[in-house]
Design a protein around this ligand. Structure first.
Ligand code: AMP
Ligand code: ZN
Length: 470
């Protein structure tokens, strides 16, 4: 079997990778903080992880993936108190949207989606272990902190200059910069605001809530065990989140927490990191409304290697929409073909080899994609030449299905039809509302937009009916 390699952030090099038991990859991926729908930047990371799990399976391993849902943290509590809600009332609807968006982007189901709030006892037990090991301490306000100077390996993942460590100084917020490498909170004593939005639990140290970093350590170890094979996330998680996860886990168990760490680069818009703070986010819902398919988004994300920055632009998305259309046209042609040539079979064998080589070499999706388009060019020529070999046609279909199982960039007619129907229904509601308020300009504009998509509408006593003009 061919080798499989990944860039390991711990060593900053591409290394051979295999699960420790030779069979099942234990994969932990840091999931969304569910206070707002995830934006396309978040989904670049989740798509890279989707590609990773599909590649691991193509290589022949089983995968057990955990993607946590961070449903209690500083940002969620702020949001809940702004809206006068409990954290649960804030997070439940966002989790529903997350799964809808994820399915739209064809991101496979992970085996586990634990919510942090369901693992509070595991988190408390982990803190007790850390206190017993002398690396965590209870502060005057009954919060618990991790003493980073007691953990000699602190800073290894992020290559933090340990001379910067400020002995005894503390940071209580979940996110902070390297300049603030201080003792971080494992457990935060409850404030009235936390109680008001039901973000406080009983503990040996009094009422409080877990720190963000601790949540992942506890969930990863509870579900996957003390040593996992692979841990992934976006590049911004290296410090402090993953550095702190390593400290908490390894200082408790004395074992390696994750054998390999992988980080995906950012999605940018106009050269800046896409982030809610910057106000330049695009959601999946925005793309969906504009008729951009999940397949096109995948094509766009996979056209650049996961360790390179990627800029979102209308032009690039247009290119991906066109690319996906070409793949769809070719797939239909291959389905309808009656026979193939020797050359078609050779091209399919080459595609099979090239895609595996590319993807097993640190998930080189752009090379895999290039091999696919090279194949489409050659295969189209071979199909032009006719041919009657059933075996060659079968082989071409089989390899195309393998590639699609990996990249999943083929348009799905049924999905496209469902999306169109959803869009039409939305337009019709808006048109009815516009007419009710006698805004005939808007109503006419909607009718024109429907016309342009070939949607014919008929106003009846029972409401508006529609069909496609075909
Ligand atoms: P969060 O919901 O903020 O915890 O982030 C969820 C995931 O999205 C993390 O793995 C982040 O590293 C990742 N992420 C956040 N912003 C971006 C971005 N602009 N591009 C790629 N990944 C991102
Ligand atoms: Zn995490």
């Amino acid at each position: 079997m061919s080798e499989f390699s990944l860039f390991n952030t711990l060593t900053r090099s591409v290394e051979p990778f295999a699960p420790s038991d030779g069979e099942t990859v234990k994969l932990y991926t840091c999931g969304p903080t569910v206070y707002n729908p995830a934006h396309l930047g978040n989904f670049r990371t989740f798509l890279f992880e989707d590609l990773m799990r599909r590649a691991l399976r193509l290589r022949g391993w089983k995968v057990v993936q955990v993607m946590n849902l961070t449903d209690v943290d500083d940002k969620i509590i702020t949001r809940a108190s702004e809206q006068g809600k409990t954290i649960r009332e804030v997070t439940d609807p966002v989790i529903t949207i997350f799964h809808e968006d994820r399915k739209y982007l064809r991101i496979e189901d992970a085996e586990h989606y634990p919510r942090a709030t369901a693992y509070i006892p595991d988190m408390i037990a982990l803190i007790e272990r850390l206190i017993a090991n002398g690396v965590a301490y209870v502060a005057d306000d009954r919060s618990v902190y991790f003493a980073i100077e007691k953990f000699a390996m602190y800073g290894r993942l992020s290559r933090l200059d340990t001379r910067e460590i400020q002995s005894g100084a503390r940071v209580s917020q979940d996110d902070y910069s390297k300049e603030n490498a201080q003792d971080f909170a494992l457990w935060k004593a409850a404030k009235p605001l936390d109680e008001a939005c039901e973000a406080a639990w009983d503990s040996p140290w009094g009422r409080g809530r877990p720190g963000w970093h601790l949540e992942c350590s506890a969930m990863a170890m509870a579900i996957l065990g003390e040593t996992i094979d692979l841990h992934a996330g976006g590049i911004d998680l290296i410090f402090p989140h993953h550095e702190d996860e390593i400290a908490q886990s390894e200082a408790a168990t004395g074992k390696t927490f994750a054998r390999c760490w992988c980080h995906g680069e950012f999605l940018l818009t106009d050269g800046a990191k896409m982030a809610k703070r910057v106000g330049n986010v695009q959601n999946v819902a925005d793309l969906r409304r504009n008729g951009v398919s999940g397949a096109a988004v995948r094509h766009f994300m996979f056209s650049t290697h996961y360790r390179k920055q990627l800029n979102l632009s209308g032009e690039a998305l247009e290119g991906s929409i066109e690319g996906v259309r070409r793949i769809g046209d070719f797939a239909e042609r291959l389905t309808a073909a009656q026979g193939g040539t020797r050359g078609l079979e050779e091209a399919a064998d080459r595609l099979d080899r090239d895609v595996r080589t590319a993807i097993f070499d640190d998930l080189n999706a752009p090379n895999a994609m290039a091999a696919l388009f090279e194949f489409i060019r050659t295969a189209n020529k071979e199909l032009d030449a006719g041919g009657s070999e059933a075996g060659s046609l079968r082989r071409a279909r089989e390899v195309l299905a393998m590639v699609n199982g990996l990249l999943d960039v083929q348009p799905d007619r049924a999905a496209a039809d469902a999306d169109l129907a959803g869009w039409v229904e939305g337009q019709l509601t808006a048109r009815t509302e516009a007419r009710a308020r006698r805004d005939f300009g808007t109503a006419d504009a909607i009718r024109k937009a429907l016309d342009e998509k070939g949607v014919v509408i008929e106003d009846t006593a029972a409401g508006t009916r529609w069909k496609l003009d075909q």
